[in-house]
Design a protein around this ligand. Structure first.
Ligand SMILES: *[C@@H]1O[C@H](CO)[C@@H](O)[C@H](O)[C@H]1NC(C)=O
Ligand SMILES: *[C@@H]1O[C@H](CO)[C@@H](O)[C@H](O)[C@H]1NC(C)=O
Ligand SMILES: *[C@@H]1O[C@H](CO)[C@@H](O)[C@H](O)[C@H]1NC(C)=O
Length: 402
């Protein structure tokens, strides 16, 4: 709870200066998990614990904030072809580029971790605001075109119905499944946010050099626990990283930190190669099966081949080692946990009901009625920029050059 409050505190730290706190679209709730968060109201069913997503009665009703909860049948009648369209477009994208699943999973992760699953990641920078996706630490996020293609098809089939935030979730789930991973049953009904701040990307995404304590803290900021952290790290089974993201492991004076020392030496040669140009090279995080969603990532770590510091430490830290060992030995256990943790991640800070909007195009928010919502249309400047600045925002933070 402490860390959630901390984050709420920084995001709306200037709230106190404003007389109209209600207008702040980030007022607290966005950094908590919808239903299922510690202290959240139980779902509207008997028996306490939330039902596993794929079976049994599904939670419906209101979330802890009195807003409609995400709903497994949200599009069943409103847009029955939703999931089929996502499936078709994702398959096309994978046929063109086998690394697509990793990128789609990453888009959803980056969106959810930075101010909630509200498609803020997709908004482009404007004249007066640098958006999340353009922060220099945007980690080479890619495949926005796949999301745009899905959106274009959906606008033909069911105009104005499906949010970009839900498309991100559905595309990520579909990508995991088409790469050989589990079927992930997501609930829908997310709406699209109005804002996107580059600085929020900087402060909210976990860094690749973090150790377990830092990783746990980062995940706790968005309501995810240590188990979720280990489980979701397993998404690296289809991931790649640039050498620059693990250069810390080759820093001058650092003894080869790879338990598989031959592997470490080969990697260092690959990445440095006598000069620094190699730092832009990419390395697969699960070298054995890069494009297959399996438990190979955990087997690599156990074998002493964890690439990033944040991978390696999951096996060396006694508090996470048992889970890594389990997943390395038992793919079914990993898949079952991944379904649960990804669904949980998909509830971070969601907007539902009448909050936000359903964007017509995912990269730009719909024009807002400037007479009824005067704060909202300053050439796509941040909504209510006076009091809803992101963490450590100063006077220059709305500038595209900040
Ligand atoms: C990432 O940010 C850089 C600016 O720092 C920008 O040039 C690049 O286009 C961004 N990447 C994407 C995919 O938007
Ligand atoms: C990678 O594949 C090889 C050959 O199939 C196998 O011997 C090795 O154990 C695998 N490594 C890991 C970490 O799974
Ligand atoms: C962490 O979250 C998972 C669900 O993602 C849950 O199964 C587990 O009980 C939680 N662990 C703790 C210690 O709360």
């Amino acid at each position: 709870m402490k860390s959630s409050l901390l984050l709420i505190g920084v995001i709306c730290s200037l709230l106190a200066l404003s007389a109209s706190a209600e207008e702040c679209p980030f007022s607290g709730r966005r950094n908590l998990l919808q239903a299922g968060a510690p202290g959240a109201a139980p779902p509207a069913q008997q028996g306490g614990a939330p039902a596993p997503a794929a079976v049994g009665p599904r939670p419906v009703g209101k979330d802890v904030y009195g807003e409609p909860a995400l709903d497994y049948d949200f599009y069943t009648t409103k847009c029955p072809t939703f999931l089929q369209i996502v499936k078709t477009e994702v398959a096309k994208a994978i046929a063109a580029d086998s690394l697509t699943p990793a990128q789609l999973l990453r888009l959803f992760f980056h969106d959810c971790f930075v101010m909630g699953c509200d498609a803020s990641l997709l908004l482009k920078s404007t004249k007066v605001n640098l958006a999340e996706r353009d922060h220099p630490n945007n980690f080479t996020v890619d495949k926005f075109t796949v999301i745009d293609a899905i959106k274009a098809e959906l606008e033909k089939a069911c105009p104005g119905i499906v949010s970009c935030a839900d498309i991100l979730g559905a595309a990520a789930a579909e990508a995991v499944e088409q790469a050989g991973g589990p079927h992930i049953d997501l609930a829908f009904g997310r709406r699209d946010g109005l804002d996107s701040f580059a600085l929020a990307a900087k402060t909210n995404l976990p860094g690749s050099t973090l150790k377990v304590v830092g990783l746990v803290e980062n995940f706790a900021n968005v309501g995810l626990n240590k188990t979720d952290m280990v489980v979701l790290s397993g998404g690296h089974t289809i991931g790649q990283a640039r050498c620059s993201t693990f250069a810390d492991r080759f820093a001058p004076g650092v003894k080869n930190p790879f338990p598989d020392t031959k592997f470490g030496e080969a990697l260092q040669t690959y990445c440095t190669d006598g000069n620094t140009a190699g730092l832009d090279r990419r390395m697969t995080l699960d070298a054995n099966s890069t494009t297959v969603f399996d438990n190979g990532y955990f087997r690599s770590i156990v074998a002493g081949r964890g690439i990033l510091t944040s991978d390696h430490v999951l096996f060396t830290d006694p508090s996470t080692k048992p889970l890594v060992t389990l997943f390395a030995a038992n793919q079914d256990a990993f898949f079952a946990a991944f379904k649960e943790s990804m669904a949980k991640m998909g509830r971070i800070g969601v907007l539902t009901g009448t909050q936000g909007q359903i964007r017509k195009q995912c990269w730009v928010r719909n024009p807002v009625d400037i007479t009824t919502t005067p704060d909202a249309n300053m050439d796509f400047a941040p909504v209510s920029s006076e009091f809803c600045k992101p963490a450590s925002c100063d006077a220059t933070c709305a500038s595209p050059t900040s």
